[in-house]
Structure formats: structure tokens, C-alpha cells
Design a protein. Sequence first.
Length: 463
Amino acid sequence: MTALPATIPSPTQGVWTIGPLPVRAYALCILVGIVVAVWLTDRRWRDRGGREGQVLDIAAWAVPFGIVGGRLYHVASSWQPYFGPGGHPVQALYIWEGGLGIWGAITLGGVGAYIGARRAGVLLPPFADAAAPGIVLAQAIGRLGNWFNNELYGGPTTLPWGLQVHQWDAAAGHAVTGPDGRPVVLGTFHPTFLYELLWDVAVAVALLVLDRRFRFGHGRLFALYVLLYTLGRGWIEALRVDPANHILGLRLNLWTSLLVGLGALVYLVLSFRLRPGRETSVYRADRAAAEHDEDAASSPAMTRWMDWVRTRPSRGGDDGSKADTGDPKADAGGTTEDRKDDPDDPDQPDHPDHEDGDRDPEASANARWLVRLRARRGGQDRAGGPTGESEPGAEHQPKHGAGSGRWRVADDADDADEADHADEPDDADDADEPDEPDEPDEPDEPDEHRARAGDAAGGSRPS
């Protein structure tokens, strides 16, 4: 039976060469963490109302900014190996050798995320809430790179989970070997990288559960991530013994965790009081309006309306022929010069519906068609209704046929009624009655009698 090892072993090699290309475990862990963070953030972002692909667009800005920011923070907080006595400034650019500060990555990565979010037309707080669990999970995966580099360990320990650490050659990417050819072991220490890995996973799970239960908004879930992470980072940082700068007896990263955690707590309290609830939209105001217009334009009702408008008589036929416009002069081949005195033409400057400047040609054509229809109907009313003389083109019917549109032109119905009665006698009601004999003509009265009758019809006599 094989006994369990008394300590956790550390790798003796962190770089593998494939042809001329060196493959570093630390870089692979960072890349895997980024992929997992983008995948999880994309799922959560779409659940919040975002669109597929927007996370990749924002990550294209946030990731490079975050890597540069993390390296700048590491070099600024541990500057002696690069700019101190005997240091090598050019090595400050060797990111693959390890050394990324999380606070620099979060700060400058947030700047990149803001640029990407603004270009995508989305709000940064809801995006930060969606990304928080993925970010802390990526940190957990990235801590495996510290294990490959034999770094980020605590004080000596005899616990069963103690970490065996080798003397490390960062430039070569492997452990230093002794005279016997075996890697040099520095001792057994607290695996602080493992502590932080487990803490980060626990924070990611807590964020997912709490967000599903309480539906955080306005950047509060991201602030909660910062607060929970700094709580764990505080006690883990106190266990570390690797070289670091100190302020008032405490490691610099410990002071940073304390200040950042307090800032996150203040933001949580103020945000809950000033902006309770959750955002109804993840888009900026201008983008939200554009999205609403786009959705309205693509709605089934608007599609049917536009299809109906395209079939209006003011438009040409599908075969390229000119459709009936309702204007007798225009249909007869008249020109604008022929209609310059037409008071019902809305293109005339004196017409009340005339508008200066550019107008939608389709809307203008429909407006002119409606005005001319009203004018024709007004002319029929003045001429005695449908039985009066109508203008040419009055027999036009709407798209759906007579009586099925918004108005009814009755000329066809009246013409059909007159055709049905064309063959009937004028006195159809008296057809069955016998003809009465003609009365004999009365003899002509003398002129004086007719004069008296005219005076009586006048109603007065001369006084």
C-alpha cells in the first residue's frame, strides 16, 4: 500500500520547448483563465439582456489593458529587481516570467472595459456585474501558474498539505540543480497559492448563488466580489514570506487590500440606498432608443403596414408600368406645368399641405393621393352626390376592393344600379293601370274673361 506524500510536490519545470517556440505553463494558465472568464461572462451577459458577441468585443479592450496594468502594478510595487542596484530594467517587460498584480489588472482592465462598453453602446455597471464571477474564477486558474513557477508561498509548516518549494531559475524556467544533479529544495511552506485558489472558487460560487437569489444591479455584485476577495487576500497575504515592500510593518499588498475593501463596502452601502433594484436595460440611452426603433421597424405589424403602403396607387406597378395616381392630368401624361394652377395640388406653394425642403417621396405621393381623393368627393357632393358628373379616375377602388377599405366610392354601385333599370319603362308603377281617356279641350275663353281670371290670380283689385 502506497503512503500518501507528506507534502505537496512542486513542478521542477515550467517551460517546454516545441521547436523554436517556448511554451510556458504560467502563460497557459492565464490564457485558460481568460477563456473561462469570457465564456461565463457571455452566458451571464445574455441572461441580462445583452447580445452574443458583445463580451468578446469588450474583452478585446479589457484583456490587453488588464495585462499591462497588472504588470505595471507588479513592477511599481516590487521595483528593486528591475531598477534597484544590480537590477535589469529590460526584465520589467518579461511578463512570461511571472509577476502580475491583480489590483493593476482590475484598474487598467476596467478602463479598457469602459472603452469597449462605450463603443458597444452598453452600460459598464451591469457588464461588471455579469463579469465578476468569471474574473475571480480566472484568478483561481491563474494561481496554478504560481505553482508551476514555485512562487507565492507562505511560512514554513509541517502540515500534511505543506508545499515543497524548489530554488527556481526564472529565466530558464526550471528548478536549480545541485552538484548531484537533483533539484535544490528550499523547504516545506504554506501553499498560499492554493489557499487563494480555493478562496477564489468559493467567492465565485457565492457570487453566482447570491446574484440568483437577490438579483444585484448597478455594479453591486462587482463591489461584493472586490469586498469578498480582499477579505481573503488579507489573511492570505499575512502568511506570505516572499520578498515584498512594507509600509508601517505591513506588506504593501495588505494595505492595498484594506483600502480597496473599504471602498467596495462604502459603494455597496451607498448604492443600495441611492439606486435600489436592478437595471431594466443594459444599453445606454442612445443605444436603447436605437434598439427600440429597430425592433419596431422589424415588427410584424410594421412589416404589414409597409407592404400595404408599397401597393398604394401612387407607386409604379411591379412590371415597371406607371400606376394610376388619381390625377387625371398626370395620368393623361400632363406635366407639372399643366398643373401649376391646380389649387388641390399639394406641390403648389400656396397649398396648406405644401412643405418646403426634402420630404419622403413615398409619404408625399400618398399625401397628394389622399388630397385629390377628398377633392373629388367634395366635387361630387356639390354636383348632387353620386348621380352627378364625376371626374375621371373616380371609379378607382382601394386595394381590398369596394367597401373593404377605409372609404367607399359608390360610382360603380350606382352605375350598376342604373344599368339594371335601363330597360324598364319610366312609369313602371303605372304599367298595370288602364289609360284614362283624354279630357276634351275647353273652348277658348274671350279675352275679357281671361283678364278677370288674371286679376283674381293676382290676389288684389285696383282700388
